[in-house]
Design a protein around this ligand. Structure first.
Ligand code: ADP
Length: 273
């Protein structure tokens, strides 16, 4: 079992200049065990997550927003499935953000995001997020430079607003290598049951790998704050990726001062007949 705080090695400190190319997607330094031990430990983390999520719900004054970003095949869906299975579905919501609709495009880019931030007592996971507006939008040239460049400041201010109103924010970039992405895309093509997940756009995005790395580097560097930190998660090994995300979420929730509401006067010792 990793020491408390061991996953902090993946947190990007505010103001640090991130070298994404040097962040090893195969790193597993925070867990002293193999895949089987990692999967076993994940089970205990899920039990802790289930318990602390109940307390978050009962406390009813705080919430948690988890942002997941990754390149194609980075493992966002698998992470959600593995980390959150077993948690009471009433307290956890997952929201995926795809290509904006006409209605969304007619408004500012944070409009659709703000609508889905968690309510009191809830955990919400964003599968993609407002960061697409400085990632795909930048790399694929969907908006002029002067439009996306000013968004970093908007995003920092927006997240601070959400934090100030009682939500804790954790942001994870699932970092896979280019070779690992090739293997995962190939597996999708080769497996008839996974082929539906492949689309030709994946090739276009892959061809712009270096541009995506530059866009992620700037986005993470400019928006990793003390109150809404980014974690760059080594994600070539799925079991290790899940451990990093689950541990960070569980330790963050457990560190919150969550309390069960006071029971009504006179309930203690009551015998139901
Ligand atoms: P995923 O790839 O996450 O499994 P989809 O296949 O639905 O989910 O893909 C969602 C697509 O929507 C991605 O290609 C992503 O780049 C795109 N997208 C998300 N947000 C935006 C945005 N703000 N502007 C343009 N495209 C976006």
């Amino acid at each position: 079992m990793p020491d408390t705080g061991a996953m902090e090695r993946y947190r990007v400190p505010p103001g640090a200049s991130l070298d994404l190319a040097a962040a090893d997607p195969d790193d597993r330094a925070a867990f002293d065990g193999d895949k089987a031990a990692g999967r076993a430990h994940l089970k205990t983390l899920r039990d802790r997550l289930e318990a602390v999520q109940e307390r978050l719900w009962a406390d009813g004054s705080r919430s948690l927003l988890v942002v997941l970003q990754a390149l194609d095949t980075g493992g966002k869906d698998g992470t959600i499935r593995k980390v959150f299975s077993g948690v009471n579905p009433q307290g956890v919501k997952v929201h995926g953000f795809g290509v904006p609709s006409d209605e969304e495009l007619a408004r500012d880019y944070l409009w659709r995001i703000h609508h889905h931030v968690p309510g009191d007592g809830e955990v919400t996971v964003f599968n993609r997020s407002h960061y697409e507006d400085v990632l795909v939008v930048r790399v694929m040239g969907l908006a002029p430079g002067e439009v996306w460049r000013r968004r970093y400041d908007h995003i920092v201010a927006f997240e601070q607003l959400v934090v100030d109103e009682g939500t804790t924010i954790l942001k994870f970039m699932l970092n896979i290598s280019k070779a690992e992405q090739a293997a995962r895309l190939q597996a999708r093509i080769d497996d008839p049951e996974k082929r539906w997940k492949f689309n030709a756009g994946d090739i276009d995005h892959r061809a712009r790998w270096d541009d995506y790395m530059a866009a992620y580097t700037e986005a993470i560097t400019r928006t990793s704050t003390a109150t809404a930190p980014w974690y760059v998660v080594p994600a070539n090994r799925k079991w290790y990726r899940d451990l990093v995300v689950a541990t960070t979420i569980v330790e963050t929730l457990e560190a919150m001062d969550l309390r069960y509401p006071e029971p009504e006067e006179g309930i203690e010792g009551l015998v139901i007949t």
